[in-house]
Design a protein around this ligand. Structure first.
Ligand SMILES: NC(=O)C1=CN([C@@H]2O[C@H](COP(=O)(O)OP(=O)(O)OC[C@H]3O[C@@H](n4cnc5c(N)ncnc54)[C@H](OP(=O)(O)O)[C@@H]3O)[C@@H](O)[C@H]2O)C=CC1
Ligand SMILES: O=CCS(=O)(=O)O
Length: 251
């Protein structure tokens, strides 16, 4: 059965890969991100390849009013969301606490935590029994690492909110899954290191990281289980990574 899937941060990385994976299996898409041209290009590509129906919701998840307006403004026929993938997020900087930028901290907390809250609150009126919320946490939300401070804290918050939402939504029969990937080669490190491509590339040196497609495959799988089965919490890493800290790199 075709479902309606709302994906935040669908212009790149996991979000774009999820759009493709859900399009392949015949679902229709509500695509969010700030880069409208990218959303348009992705929607056009998926329409051509899979006949996918997409509706674009270009807003900044940090903007509470914009998130509310976008969801309240859904046209007739799109006002029932089956799957919400709260994926939009970022790390900015990898600095010791004393040296890190307060602006970076604000952006990470506003996007990764408050953005997820705003979109979820705005989407819930359109989610019925059997709907599914999938939140992107991280291995950084399971263990802290040096210079991870606020990014880790934001992902620990995603973990806590996922657990708490699962409890609060029990009576409504809405599934909540938290997905916690390890290192994955997307635009994530380029964003984290503010366009420094050399530093970003070095993050993935000496091991084969996850790809966006790997993560999308796992996210998609969690959405295919019978109505009475919910994967609550799932950590996935590449085989050369054990957790947020330990890697076995090629020599
Ligand atoms: N890559 C990794 O190693 C890991 C990433 N994660 C998490 O997975 C999620 C996706 O990351 P990934 O795909 O790797 O990163 P990318 O940088 O490749 O993609 C991030 C996406 O988030 C969107 N986004 C960022 N800020 C906002 C905003 N304020 N409003 C709306 N959309 C926004 C971007 O779109 P646009 O700029 O167009 O708005 C983009 O589509 C993030 O939450 C990240 O923390 C978790 C574990 C590992
Ligand atoms: O969430 C992203 C993975 S890491 O950079 O924190 O290890």
């Amino acid at each position: 059965m075709s479902k309606t899937v709302l994906i935040t941060g669908a212009t790149a990385g996991f979000g774009a890969a999820c759009a493709e994976r859900f399009a392949e299996t015949g679902h229709r898409l509500l695509l969010n991100g700030r880069r409208t041209e990218r959303l348009e290009a992705i929607a056009a590509d998926l329409k051509t390849r899979f006949g996918t129906e997409s509706l674009l919701l270009p807003f900044d998840v940090r903007d509470r009013a914009a998130a509310t307006a976008a969801l309240e403004g859904l046209p007739e026929g799109w006002r029932n969301i089956d799957i919400l993938i709260n994926n939009a997020g970022l790390a900015l900087g990898r600095d010791l606490f004393a040296e890190a930028s307060l602006d970076d901290w604000d952006t990470m907390l506003d996007t990764n935590v408050k953005g997820l809250l705003y979109v979820t609150k705005a989407a819930l009126p359109y989610m019925d029994r059997g709907a599914h919320i999938i939140n992107l946490g991280s291995v950084a939300g399971k263990e802290v690492y040096e210079r991870g401070n606020v990014y880790c804290a934001s992902k620990f918050a995603v973990d806590a909110l996922s657990r708490s939402l699962r409890i609060d939504l029990l009576p409504r029969g809405i599934k909540v899954t938290a997905i916690h990937p390890g290192a994955a080669d997307t635009e994530f490190s380029l964003v984290r290191f503010k366009g420094d491509a050399d530093t970003a590339r070095k993050v993935y040196a000496g091991f084969t990281p996850l790809s966006a497609r790997d993560v999308a495959e796992v996210i998609h799988y969690t959405s295919t289980l019978p109505p009475h089965v919910c994967i609550n919490d799932l950590v996935l890493t590449c085989t050369q990574q054990a957790d947020a800290i330990y890697f076995h790199k090629d020599s």
